[in-house]
Design a protein. Structure first.
Length: 239
């Protein structure tokens, strides 16, 4: 799962939104002076900038030194946008009311330490393709995960090895030798599965997948993949 250039995307979207907004003013769909237009529009910029900082903070390849600024700007921008649409009553001078965000940041920092100690992460990308990588049981939760397994490059132990992956979005690719029995079981609200010759595409609650090779029950050396996601794209190929 490739990471998109978040900063460039958000800056581009802010210019698109600003251009559309100013176009509506010029053609008379929205009638207000430029000063009023800026007052109305700047919360959207705060919202986009805060979103950029927060997304950058959870990506594994970026620095996390602007997480608090991102949470603050994202929250402030969201409240001001809701004020502009008269959903709530909130002004820039009410920023002092956001002091509880300090506790939110402390909690996130504690979760960050828990992540490193317990295998917890919001976004995770792993590749198991190097020669002789160690095959062992895995139990991992990630908000978004990208796993690439190649079992043809390593030794698989003479036992049942369970790989349990869960989270919100899963993009999982698996390559298994023809002589290794395996089972894939789990559920997802949005599921796209291509397992050997089995194809399954389903949308909605209650949809699951339960696939096993014909020799699975009679074999000691076997792999079990337990997958639990809201959105899951899994592909298993045999060589």
């Amino acid at each position: 799962m490739k990471h998109f250039p978040t900063g460039q995307f958000l800056v581009a979207m802010s210019f698109v939104a600003l251009g559309i907004f100013l176009l509506f003013i010029n053609i008379g769909i929205i009638s207000m002076e430029m000063t009023e237009a800026f007052v109305f529009f700047y919360p959207f910029l705060l919202l986009l900038l805060g979103g950029k900082y927060v997304v950058d903070a959870i990506l594994p390849s970026t620095k996390r030194n602007k997480l608090f600024q991102g949470i603050l700007l994202l929250t402030l921008g969201s409240l001001l946008v809701m004020d502009r649409f008269q959903l709530i009553n909130f002004s820039l001078w009410s920023i002092w009311k956001l002091w509880p965000l300090v506790f939110v940041l402390i909690g996130i920092k504690l979760l960050g330490k828990f992540r490193h100690n317990q295998g917890f992460s919001l976004v995770r990308s792993h590749s198991f393709k190097k020669a002789n990588w160690k095959v062992e049981a895995i139990h991992d939760w990630s908000f978004v995960c990208d796993y690439d397994f190649d079992f043809s490059t390593t030794f698989i132990p003479e036992e049942e090895t369970v790989i349990n992956l869960s989270g919100f979005v899963g993009d999982i690719s698996i390559l298994i030798p023809e002589d290794i029995p395996f089972k894939v079981e789990g559920s997802a609200h949005v599921l796209s599965a291509k397992i050997d010759k089995h194809n399954q595409d389903t949308v909605g609650r209650g949809h699951g997948i339960n696939y096993s090779t014909v020799d699975f029950e009679d074999s000691l050396q076997r792999l079990v993949f337990q997958l639990d996601f809201s959105v899951l794209d899994v592909r298993v190929d045999r060589i």
